[in-house]
Design a protein around this ligand. Structure first.
Ligand SMILES: *Cc1c(COP(=O)(O)O)cnc(C)c1O
Length: 459
């Protein structure tokens, strides 16, 4: 990678949250009490929390000021109109329905557009997105490019739709069985990997020919716009804001978890251009979320989001946000730590299979690595491997997925470069003593989404 001039955050720190520094002995006790599951640690016992980037952003002084502008009227809050303005201006959609968070919008979209037996193609899946599609009677079909499934493949647009897979689906099941394609920006499950504008243009042409809608999962699409600016021919002179608008102009609507790009701690929305769909969404909202001018959000939170959206499309914000993730990734690569390539937008994924090859996958190498990292220095990461994948319903065996990863997810505007250096040193320290690390035995296994609550002991 070419060497770049140093960058620094485009903000300074006005208020700080003090962290508890723990001893190794205290961490030993905490991780044992948590059954070697980082989801069960108390946040107070964590030094650097890289569990998720969802709802963990630091808000700006302007956003906190917006909180004080909350108009908590039940109907027609002025904060709703401010949010509507921001969505129209920065995403370009005509109509907005707020929801309590992203999955509320996914529920709405799926119930309104999917009929029993419909097919919903997507560039990989996201857990809640697919679940809502299936609950509505839809059948999810993965149409992402093959490169997305290969951790060491350096393809710059691993979020692209494989147009030939899409064409095949259309000819196999018929376009009338495909109400829309669910297109995600910076695909989360692929490691935060973008689609290109060229790919979206091709998809747009195909979908228009067949009357298939394109519904965007806009959760990390401002970050996707930044990658297009950095990597795609013809976009280096355009701003992130302009690129985001161009993306949205080729889509028919979106669902949004505002807890990511939106720089707020809670919230989401559904947006679209079609009037009839909008009316149906407003009506659905009353049943499941709240009145259509708040949809489960407090007025103050809508105002903070309106400001957060504007801040999220600033070039210097994205440069610092993605620059920090890239910094962490590059330092780990320099330390010879195996990570998933290329470096994505919101997280670094450690390849636990390569780091702990002597631990059988049924002794949970990634779960073990996450626990060791916490023990080393109080850093909390998340397992994305055999525990998360669960069991095959037919055989009852662990799924033993291809990817056995530990995710280090970076909250926006929260940690400094010095924190990132501590992360690198801690990973390197664990890596050095990797041969002495033994696996874990699962001693409690919940029925659903076991990774959240499973308990383990040392082998
Ligand atoms: C987080 C997320 C969602 C779900 O949003 P919530 O706000 O957690 O309900 C949907 N899609 C993607 C890509 C996400 O990352």
């Amino acid at each position: 990678m070419e060497s770049k001039r140093s960058w620094a955050e485009p903000y300074k720190i006005k208020m700080v949250e003090l962290l508890k520094m723990t001893t190794r002995q205290e961490r030993e006790q905490a991780i044992e009490e948590a059954g070697f599951n980082t989801f069960l640690l108390k946040s107070d016992d964590v030094y650097i929390d890289l569990l998720t980037d969802s709802g963990t952003s630091a808000m700006s002084d302007r956003q906190w000021a917006a909180i004080m502008m909350g108009d908590e009227a039940y109907a027609g809050s002025k904060n709703f109109y401010a949010l509507e303005d921001a969505v129209q201006k920065f995403y370009g959609y005509k109509n907005l329905v707020p929801t309590h968070q992203g999955r509320g919008a996914e529920h709405m979209l799926s119930q309104l557009l999917i009929k029993e037996g419909d097919y919903i193609p997507g560039n990989m899946y996201f857990t809640t997105t697919r679940l809502h599609q299936e609950r509505a009677g839809g059948i999810f079909v993965d149409v992402i490019v093959d490169q997305a499934h290969r951790p060491q493949d350096d393809f710059p647009f691993k979020g692209n739709v494989d147009i030939s897979k899409m064409e095949k689906l259309i000819s196999d099941v018929g376009a009338d069985k495909i109400p829309y394609i669910s297109l995600e920006g910076n695909v989360n499950m692929a490691g935060g990997q973008p689609f290109s504008m060229a790919n979206l243009k091709e998809l747009y042409t195909l979908c228009r020919q067949h009357d298939i809608l394109i519904m965007l999962d806009a959760t990390r699409t401002a970050e996707n716009a930044y990658f297009i600016q950095q990597r795609e021919d013809g976009y280096s002179d355009m701003s992130v804001a302009e690129i985001l608008l161009e993306i949205c102009s080729m889509t028919d609507g979106c669902t949004m978890s505002a807890k990511k790009d939106g720089l707020v701690n809670i919230g989401g929305f559904f947006a679209c251009n079609d009037t009839e769909l909008y009316q149906k969404a407003q009506n659905f909202c009353v049943v499941f979320e709240g009145l259509h001018t708040y949809g489960g959000m407090a007025g103050r939170d809508m105002q903070a989001l309106a400001v957060g959206i504007e801040e999220s499309v600033q070039d210097n914000h994205q440069q610092a946000r993605i620059g920090q993730v890239e910094y962490l990734g590059m330092q780990l690569i320099k330390a010879d730590i195996p990570i998933v390539r290329p470096i994505g937008s919101h997280a670094i994924f450690l390849d636990a299979k390569q780091i702990l090859p002597h631990i059988d996958q049924d002794d949970f190498p990634a779960q073990t690595l996450a626990a060791e990292l916490y023990l080393e220095s109080g850093i909390r990461a998340m397992e994305r491997g055999n525990v998360s994948a669960g069991r095959d319903p037919l055989t009852g065996n662990n799924r033993r997925p291809e990817l056995e990863l530990v995710r280090l997810t970076i909250p926006r505007r929260v940690y400094t470069q010095a924190h990132m250096d501590v992360v690198v040193e801690s990973v390197a320290e664990v890596y050095k003593r990797r041969q002495d690390i033994k696996g874990l035995t699962m001693v409690f296994e919940p029925e659903y989404l076991r990774f959240f609550q499973a308990l383990f002991t040392r082998k």
